[in-house]
Ligand binder design. Structure first.
Ligand code: SAM
Length: 275
């Protein structure tokens, strides 16, 4: 019998992948966690029926979450990742020699444990000496932080369960307080095909708080519609005006110096969400 996993985005559309077997399933205090072995994408982590990451295409999302802000900020010493319990973003962050410390605040310890066990190539940086792991609520951590970080990356689930608060204007105000005077943040902001209202709202909220607000995209085949957006709020540094000398060689599979700027060139229907 064939087994197929489907993430329903609407009543009429979903993305689907053929499954070899289930590796783990758990009702954590925060969400339903499933680790699945797929035919095409290797092991795949889902939370509450939504794909979080897969071994085959994870590099796109993790590189674009980490390298775009880290090459935009001229001296990113202290970095915070909110969510990100699979470890993919911190793996990319520690590739930057100028980063001295990266703090990861993930609400669900089970995500970290299952990722270490079933996604070892993604969860490979947890033991790096630059990495500090806090199992706790990222919203509370932000509310209690003052001018602490150069760069913050919000690698959260979609706005359901514990992540709802991470898409509210009060959270972006908190990010502004938690960032140093020339700090910047990026947050994953879902897809423009089915979540246009969310992107429009986040962009307009961030624009009211940060002098520089930008939207960029990447192609992630296992996320609904394949086209994913990231919103950046910055106090001073503009990702489109990065000094050429800022770019240094780094091992990547998706991110390039040219793509750093190209990712901000938006299709018209996506650009319209920023107006
Ligand atoms: N790349 C994925 C995507 O876009 O679908 C998301 C990655 S997944 C590792 C996101 C993580 O955010 C989950 O492990 C979840 O537990 C965590 N998370 C959700 N709400 C949170 C909160 N309030 N504080 C900290 N982590 C949170």
């Amino acid at each position: 019998m064939e087994l197929w996993y489907t993430e329903k985005q609407t009543e009429n559309y979903g993305i689907t992948a053929k499954i070899k077997r289930s590796l783990a399933t758990e009702e954590t205090p925060y969400q339903k966690l499933d680790m699945l072995e797929t035919e095409e994408f290797g092991n795949m982590l889902t939370l509450d029926g939504m794909v979080m990451t897969t071994e085959r295409d994870e590099f796109v999302y993790h590189e674009m979450v980490a390298h775009v802000p880290l090459f935009t900020h001229p001296h990113p010493k202290h970095v915070l990742v909110v969510g990100g319990g699979d470890g993919g973003v911190i793996r990319e962050v520690v590739k930057h020699p100028e980063v001295e410390k990266v703090t990861l605040v993930e609400i669900d310890g089970s995500v970290i444990e299952h990722s270490k066990k079933f996604l070892p190539t993604i969860a490979s940086a947890f033991d790096d000496p630059k990495v500090e792991v806090i199992v706790g609520d990222g919203f509370m951590h932000i509310a209690e932080s003052r001018e602490a970080y150069d760069v913050i990356m919000v690698d959260s689930t979609e706005p359901v369960g514990p992540a709802v608060k991470l898409f509210e204007k009060g959270f972006y105000e908190g990010l502004s307080r938690a960032l140093k005077e020339d700090g910047l943040f990026i947050a994953q902001t879902d897809n423009p095909w089915f979540k246009a209202d969310l992107i429009r709202q986040v962009y307009s909220d961030v624009k009211e708080i940060f002098p520089i607000t930008r939207l960029y995209t990447a192609n992630v085949p296992t996320y609904p519609s394949g086209l994913w957006t990231f919103t950046m709020g910055s106090k001073k540094h503009d990702p489109l005006e990065v000094n050429e000398a800022r770019f240094h060689d780094i091992e990547t599979k998706y991110y390039t110096k040219a793509l750093h700027k190209a990712a901000f060139v938006l299709p018209k229907f996506v650009e319209d969400l920023t107006k």
